[in-house]
Each structure stands twice: as structure tokens, then as C-alpha cells.
Design a protein around this ligand. Structure first.
Ligand code: SAM
Length: 212
């Protein structure tokens, strides 16, 4: 994967940065090259900026892997008590934008799941997942993603959670999406795995875990 492609994607999509893509690249490529079985899923794909990148990595390293992407295409749902930034309906992108992005880069479309996560995730996730990228900003959205993804993860599967920030450990300005960490705190209370932080600059805040 070359830096020019990453920079172009970052220039085209306000929510994408080269550093974020580097984190995705290192972790997805490691997962695929380690032959961890299962599909790649992105839960919260918006206009497909990172979806395109996931597909490029799959094509380069493991073209047989399926990519599934999920979004309401109506923006964010109602926020919970834990969510501060953004409001209902913010960040709306269209299915057309996703298709257009894939077309522009000459890539085959992923499997696109349109709808609220509570309606799609229970029945439309692949049974076996190798890599999941959770990028949905709000407490309820991250919690429901974890609840449905977790039991489908292969051993050593990798889950990357965007906007996970820990105020004790990260000192730079963050995006201020405390619902993301709160959902993880609640979900992992009785799990073997714990979330690790991926260091980043600016407002980059990512966490990850590997399934035991
Ligand atoms: C930050 S954006 C995703 C950005 C994308 N991953 C990228 O980097 O280009 C978050 C997306 O999650 C979607 N979303 C959040 N909660 C959702 C829910 N409960 N059901 C369906 N979509 C949801 C929003 O519509 C929005 O497009």
C-alpha cells in the first residue's frame, strides 16, 4: 500500500487520516497474513472512505475474503446520556456515495447492509469474522456492535474500535466521544479481553482487542 493512495483517501474523506489508515493497514494485513479465518466487517461505513481502503488491502493480500459494511445511511441514531458530540441525523451519507467511491477506485462492491444496527447485525453478520472495524461514535451503537460481533470472532481475530480514548492515558485533544469507551467498559466487564490503546497524534484515538 502506498502513501499517495492513503493521502488521496484522506484528502477525499474528512473522517479519514493517513495515520488512521496506517493503523488499519498494519492490523488488517497482520490478521490476513496470519491466516485468521473469517470475513472483514466495517460497522459504520459512512460514505465508504475506509471501506475502500479495507477492500484494497483484501485485494492485495487475501482476495478471497469477504468484506461486509453496515450503516443506516441516515446518519447517527438518537444519542444516549453518555454521548456528547454530534446529534441524531449527523454524519448522514448515502449508499450511492459508497458505490460511487468503489467505482471510482475500480473496486468490486462489498456486501452492503443498509439499516439500523439493531435490525441488521443480529441476522446479517457473517458467522465467522477475522477482522472488525467498529466506527459508529455513540454508546448504543458500539455496544450493540460488540454484542453481535464478539461471539462470531475467530480465535485471535482483531477488533479495532475508532474514537476509543482514555482520558487517563491520552493527553492530546480528543474527538470527545466518551460513549465509545463507556460501551467498551460495560461490555468487557466480564470478558477475558481488555482494550489496548493504539497511540496516535492529534485527535486519533483507537482501541483494539484480540479474541482469546
Ligand atoms: C464516523 S462515521 C463512519 C466513518 C467511516 N468508517 C469512515 O472512516 O469513513 C459513523 C457512521 O456510523 C453510522 N451509525 C452510527 N450508529 C448507527 C446505528 N445504530 N445504526 C446504523 N448506522 C449507524 C452513521 O450513519 C455514520 O455513517
Amino acid at each position: 500500500m502506498d502513501k499517495i493512495t492513503m493521502q488521496k483517501l484522506a484528502d477525499e474523506h474528512p473522517m479519514v487520516s493517513v495515520e488512521r489508515l496506517e493503523n488499519i493497514y498494519h492490523n488488517l494485513s497482520h490478521t490476513l497474513l496470519s491466516n485468521i479465518s473469517g470475513a472483514v466487517v466495517e460497522i459504520g461505513c459512512n460514505a465508504g472512505g475506509t471501506s475502500v481502503f479495507l477492500k484494497m488491502i483484501i485485494n492485495e493480500l487475501a482476495p478471497d475474503r469477504e468484506l461486509h459494511v453496515y450503516d443506516s445511511f441516515r446518519g447517527l441514531p438518537q444519542k444516549s446520556f453518555y454521548d456528547t458530540l454530534f446529534d441524531e441525523g449527523d454524519l448522514a451519507a448515502s449508499l450511492y456515495e459508497v458505490k460511487n467511491n468503489f467505482c471510482k477506485w475500480g473496486l468490486d462492491l462489498p456486501v452492503i447492509h443498509r439499516g439500523w444496527f439493531q435490525d441488521t447485525l443480529p441476522t446479517e453478520l457473517p458467522n465467522c469474522i477475522a477482522f472488525a472495524y467498529l466506527d459508529s461514535d455513540f454508546y448504543d451503537s458500539i455496544l450493540i456492535s460488540l454484542q453481535h460481533v464478539y461471539s462470531r470472532l475467530s480465535n485471535n481475530a482483531f477488533v479495532l474500535i475508532d474514537d476509543y480514548w482514555d482520558s487517563d492515558q491520552i493527553t492530546q485533544d480528543s474527538l470527545g466521544l466518551p460513549g465509545v469507551k463507556k460501551a467498551c467498559d460495560v461490555f468487557f466487564i466480564d470478558k477475558l479481553e481488555k482494550i489496548n490503546l493504539l497511540p496516535g497524534s492529534g485527535n486519533l484515538a483507537m482501541g483494539y482487542f484480540r479474541k482469546r
